[in-house]
Design a protein. Structure first.
Length: 356
């Protein structure tokens, strides 16, 4: 009925979010004036009347920088935030040391003032499912910041020295660590590489309108630096490189990347995960299979969408157990309306991959 449709529409709206970035802020005079004026206003609210000025200032700086940046990208985009102390990392990943207590006072105070629309998160006590809290600036608030303080998204900047070597626990939460010769070497390497990237002009030969048409949202072309992420409290797990805008750009946009005004070519290495594993065993894939054979093709499944077969192959190459792989594959098939009606026998498909 209507209520069900309204809930679906609300869920779609809430999904338009970006997680809070603790490295966003501004040292501009406009931001400082805005923070000073807003702290005075917050003191008039029930929520923030008793907070320490330093705590309110830190939280307000991070929150406003995120909200105004997200508003510039899409006025309907929310800033997602954690509503508990564990969601606020140590200074290694949180240079302004924004803490939950200050953030809570600021968010509730801004809501009292009518400046924001806040949706509190919820978690089911038994199943652990739910959604994260999120907040969005009201248009009137964005106008107030611009007209009263001259503060706009153009004044927002990212701290120039964010932590480049991240360590996360099993729940993907950033955790602190003692630096070693290895972590310092990794950080130095990243700094050197990022210096090279900063010295180059990396752009696309498209107009802003063309980018919006292909991407659906602006590209942050100023984001050109890499960082590494290690998982499960170990510097032997993960270590992938993340960060630059071109990693998130669509294939259509990547075709138009230019470096210092010169066109580029993007090489595609087909089925590289399979080829790497064969190489680790001292084998050459096409010595064991026919020349031109598709590593993701499985005998008996020639009619199955290759995207599904590739997904299955990547899942079984990285899954910890056979049952875990089967569960992940079934879930992905169930989520795709085109695949769910194919009647794929996942156990037989796994056996086919293994045999090949």
């Amino acid at each position: 009925g209507r209520r069900h449709e309204e809930r679906i529409a609300m869920a779609i709206e809430l999904d338009n979010k970006a997680f809070i970035d603790f490295y966003l802020g501004s040292n501009s005079e406009q931001m400082q004036n805005a923070i000073t004026g807003l702290v005075v206003e917050l003191r008039t609210t029930t929520a923030a009347s008793g907070g320490h000025t330093a705590g309110l200032t830190r939280a307000l700086t991070v929150l406003i920088a995120n909200m105004i940046s997200n508003y510039a990208a899409d006025p309907l985009r929310y800033t997602a935030y954690r509503s508990h102390h564990n969601g606020y990392p140590s200074q290694r990943y949180n240079p302004l040391l924004a803490k939950w207590r200050g953030m809570e006072r600021v968010i509730d105070g801004l809501e009292e003032l009518g400046y924001v629309f806040d949706v509190k998160g919820h978690q089911h006590p038994e199943y652990g499912t739910g959604y994260i809290s999120r907040i969005r600036a009201e248009p009137e608030f964005i106008e107030l910041l611009a007209e009263r303080y001259g503060f706009t998204s153009d004044h927002v900047e990212r701290f120039s020295n964010p932590e480049l070597v991240e360590l996360r626990d099993a729940e993907r939460k950033q955790i602190d660590y003692e630096d070693t010769e290895s972590t310092r070497a990794m950080r130095n390497q990243l700094n050197s590489y990022n210096d090279v990237l900063r010295s180059a002009e990396i752009a696309v030969s498209l107009t802003e309108e063309q980018i919006l048409e292909l991407e659906g949202e602006p590209l942050h072309l100023s984001r050109k630096s890499y960082h590494r992420v290690f998982n499960r409290e170990s510097f032997t797990l993960g270590g992938r490189f993340y960060g630059p805008w071109w990693q998130l750009a669509s294939q259509e946009v990547r075709k138009h990347i230019q470096i210092d005004g010169e066109d580029t070519v993007e090489c595609d290495y087909s089925a590289q995960h399979v080829h790497i594993l064969y190489s680790l065993m001292g084998l050459q894939y096409y010595s064991e299979h026919d020349e031109g054979d598709d590593p993701y093709a499985v005998p008996g499944y020639e009619e199955i969408d290759r995207k599904l077969l590739k997904l299955v192959g990547l899942i079984i190459l990285s899954a910890a157990t056979k049952n875990g792989a089967a569960t992940a594959i079934r879930n992905r098939i169930r989520e795709n309306s085109e695949w769910s009606g194919l009647g794929v026998n996942v156990s037989d498909l796994l056996a086919g991959f293994k045999t090949k």
